[in-house]
Design a protein around this ligand. Sequence first.
Ligand SMILES: [Ca+2]
Ligand SMILES: [Ca+2]
Ligand SMILES: [Ca+2]
Ligand SMILES: [Ca+2]
Length: 479
Amino acid sequence: MRSRMTWACGFCLVLSACSGSPGGSAQGGQSSGGAGGTGGVAGTSTGGTGAGATGCGKAADDDADGDGWTEAAGDCDDCAAAVHPGGVEVCDGRDNDCNGVIDDGAVITPAGGAPVRVSTSSFPDAAPSGLASNGDAYLAAYTSGQGEHIFTTGLLADGSAIPPGDVELSVGESDSFGGPAVWLGDRYGVVWQDRRHGNYEVFFTLLNAQGDKRIPDVRISAADGFSIYPSLGWNGSELVVVWQDERDNPGLYNVYGQVMDIDGNPIGGTLALTSDQVGFGNEAPWVAVGTDSVGVVWSSGSTDSRVVRFQTFAPDLTPLLAAPIALTDGTTNARGYTVAWNKDNYVVAWHDESASPRAIYAAVVEQDGTITVPVTALSNPGSARSRNPTVKAFGDRVLVVYQDNRDGNQGDELYARMVDDKLSPLTAEERITFWPKDSTYPIASFGPGGNVGVLYRDYDQVSFEQQVHFLSLSCAMAP
Ligand SMILES: [Ca+2]
Ligand SMILES: [Ca+2]
Ligand SMILES: [Ca+2]
Ligand SMILES: [Ca+2]
């Protein structure tokens, strides 16, 4: 028999009735390499899995994508021929001219199409965990049946499934919960947790665009107690996985991390990223990869009081700051946090369930820990509340998508807004879902044509089951 965790902050990411979610893990797929599509070069997608099979971007003096520029000469993405100094900026989720800004000046608006149901299994509920793109299509990952199974599926730009559709990622009925997916230039990487070994461990594998596993599952953690809530980052040559781990102290968590090569081979040991345990310990980390650093956000605290903590690390996960930064003061219930790298600094965002207003909040933090933009409300829910932000960074601005119940439409709807790199609004808050009942847990990814795909949970309008759906925000260059 399966057993299901019910303690304080168990798998609230898929159990909407549970209000104690630390949240971060419900927002997979924010590939921290920046643009979701940073590759997709023809001919590099069928490589093997041995060392050196990455296909592009391995040597600074190679011109792997054949665009005439090496990394050393300034090619900021040697996996994409449409990206190089002097390139023409087009809507593609990439920084074509290597000025540090993705899709300069482009306007992102709702595409207008109806949401597409993604989860097709027979389970009466499903929750999104990851969304990434190779520039031509998406890979979606989701958990079905509250941990019964994890599936992945390829999606076209409009959200329609690429045959064969759902492919099971999990192994048997092993209490499996999905995590983020990231495009690695010629393949997808995905992380998740399951308890095939008795208690939860973190796993990784590589998938092709159809969701087929290309290597056996890689076990990332091997420790007493639960290892859960993995997040995944990619810096163009190395992966970093972070998760919360119970190995040091039963019932109390620390954040752990592991650097890996593109094939899932460990580089260095598994490292504890936190040590000071308060309340439940350190939970539900989220990672983003910066130019010369790795940014990790997590929380510590108790059921109704949480501190959002942030720390930067060197690429080998050596701490860069003497101590983590506290972004909230512990008097409120801050949750649902995430982090993205925005050209020069980190944007950390979360929601607060007891602040006034109960809004989406964010701060801008430099690699050296300097907070250059203090905590700022990104939404204005009035007496309602906003939750679970997902952010996509463009370099000079940030798109934030979140859920909010201000409209009274039987629960939450998704909203989107663009803010600048100082967190000042560039657009109004715009509602992007309209079906009755809750629309929740958005995960955004750059996708084909620079559109921003959003994977989220909504009620199927026939069965009224909570299923994973997809909608698209379209990119248009300014005239
Ligand atoms: Ca090149
Ligand atoms: Ca290039
Ligand atoms: Ca640019
Ligand atoms: Ca572009």
